[in-house]
Ligand binder design. Structure first.
Ligand code: DC
Length: 216
């Protein structure tokens, strides 16, 4: 089964809202998805943290991020928990996955189709175990949950995005990652045709969340 296959787990169970939030780095996905999840009393899944955890584990084991076979094997066999903490194979890597080294490696790892298949399977299983949820990433509305209740594609001006990410990643690093994430052949960052585009530049979190909730 390819990661683009819209199987039985590609949408929420009947009656359970599944909200897909996609967009480039610094568009506000984490802040907005957290606030929307809280407002609705739903769990939230940060799928970028899953790709980061795999990249971290590869680096920790001395596996080159572009060693497609070895990284795919690692992704398929790892236990990954993403909640308040990010844990891979029993090790808490919550802060380690935000280092510049992991940010540099993660786009190559995320471009690996076999890694994506392994992680998309877990993302669908996560949703199937719950009555709905808020899932953020790059391909959530387009590939992982084409049947999502609401799809949001967040954007922000390049200046605003660089400012938001500036604390943990240099602007040229963010731009490079966005370029790689948008131009890869396996599930590139893309807006689903039925996604609502929301530009968060200069807008408050409350205001943005209100608009997202109005689409439910
Ligand atoms: O959201 P983030 O910046 O922490 O994501 C880290 C990387 O993971 C990002 O460069 C692209 C990749 N990613 C992806 O390819 N698909 C997703 N659903 C989420 C993240």
């Amino acid at each position: 089964m390819g990661s683009g296959h819209a199987g039985p787990l590609s949408g929420p169970p009947p009656g359970a809202p599944l909200i897909a939030i996609d967009g480039p780095a610094g568009a506000g996905k984490s802040t907005v998805s957290r606030a929307v999840a809280e407002a609705l009393g739903l769990d939230r899944l940060d799928t970028g943290a899953m790709y980061r955890a795999v990249a971290w584990e590869a680096l920790a084991r001395g596996i080159a991020p572009d060693d497609a076979r070895a990284v795919a094997e690692l992704a398929a066999g790892a236990t990954i928990e993403v909640g308040q903490a990010v844990v891979i194979n029993g090790q808490d890597v919550t802060s380690q996955i935000r280092t510049p080294e992991v940010s540099r490696a993660v786009s190559v790892v995320a471009a690996n189709p076999a890694v994506r298949r392994a992680l998309v399977k877990r993302q669908r299983a996560w949703a199937a175990r719950r009555r709905g949820g808020v899932v953020e990433g790059r391909d959530i509305g387009s590939v992982v949950f084409p049947g999502a209740t609401v799809k949001v594609f967040l954007t922000a001006s390049p200046e605003e995005r660089a400012r938001r990410r500036g604390g943990d990643e240099p602007a040229d690093g963010v731009a490079r990652r966005d370029r790689l994430d948008s131009t890869r052949s396996a599930s590139p960052l893309t807006k689903a045709p039925d996604a609502h585009v929301l530009d968060t530049t200069g807008r408050s979190v409350e205001d943005v969340v209100k608009e997202v909730l109005s689409w439910l």
